[in-house]
Design a protein around this ligand. Structure first.
Ligand SMILES: Cc1cc2nc3c(=O)[nH]c(=O)nc-3n(C[C@H](O)[C@H](O)[C@H](O)COP(=O)(O)O)c2cc1C
Length: 233
């Protein structure tokens, strides 16, 4: 790592982290690239909460979700990997009755009560101009012209990585003790007209967030057997 005259980090930044007191060089913690890969499997409780016992909740308790928790959620989920570090997902947190009522006309009938029950509904969207930020997000080379020249590449990259980031959001929420209810039963054109009238962002799916009512879950659906869903070559 080099440190420029102004005290900024100018390369190999992934291998260092600012500790308490950002900007304070003394607080920089060096991470050896080898040591950073010596992670251990998380304990069974963590795996249960994130995956094995996590459920999709149609209804939620009245316990609110603080804006600070939503900020914490983004700050965790943002670290999930995306192609060229492109991060095309955008997240709109609807956490007031006034905001949620704007969503209702776009919903499939069966999803209305679920949105009304959840303290927060997230519109997981993508930014059609995500590539404009690539020079900053992925400075290794300028990939922006490739996306400007190829709409199919831009759309595919945006959708693939936007879906991944929505998935990261769900798992991050569970790791923070929140419950989720993802939903695609809505009219994206209506959501886009209501929330993104300039056309720059496009809705992908919705995620209800809150503290789930365990009595509201459906019987757990089976997951595919390993032999069906995998190949080992
Ligand atoms: C992308 C996506 C879209 C979904 N759309 C809806 C929906 O519109 N309405 C609904 O009630 N559930 C919806 N679900 C919930 C799924 O049916 C549920 O997550 C799945 O059956 C697994 O349930 P479990 O987590 O309780 O095992 C959706 C889930 C995902 C991931």
């Amino acid at each position: 790592m080099r440190i420029d005259g102004g005290g900024g980090l100018v390369d190999h930044a992934p291998f260092c982290q600012a500790g308490a007191g950002e900007g304070n060089l003394a607080a920089l913690v060096w991470l050896d690239p080898k040591e950073s890969h010596m992670n251990k499997a998380l304990d069974a409780h963590a795996l249960d909460q994130a995956f094995r016992t996590a459920r999709t909740f149609p209804h939620y308790s009245a316990r609110p979700v603080a804006d600070e928790t939503l900020r914490e959620l983004y700050e965790l989920a943002k670290w999930g990997p995306t192609a060229l570090n492109s991060q095309p997902a955008r997240f709109v947190f609807l956490r007031t009755p006034e905001a949620k009522v704007r969503l209702v006309p776009s919903l499939m009938e069966g999803n209305v009560a679920k949105v009304q029950s959840a303290p927060v509904t997230v519109i997981v969207a993508t930014d059609t101009r995500f590539f404009d930020r690539l020079p900053t997000l992925f400075p290794a080379y300028d990939a922006r012209p490739e996306f400007l020249a190829d709409q199919a590449l831009a759309d595919g990259t945006r959708f693939r990585n936007g879906c991944l980031q929505g998935g990261y959001l769900i798992v991050a929420a569970r790791m923070l003790g929140l419950d989720c209810g993802p939903m695609s039963g809505f009219d994206p054109a209506k959501v886009d007209a209501e929330f993104f009238p300039d056309g720059a962002w496009k809705s992908n799916f919705l995620v209800n967030l809150g503290y789930g009512d365990p009595a509201s879950t459906f019987p757990r659906g089976p997951r595919l057997e390993l032999e069906v869903a995998t190949q080992f070559l």
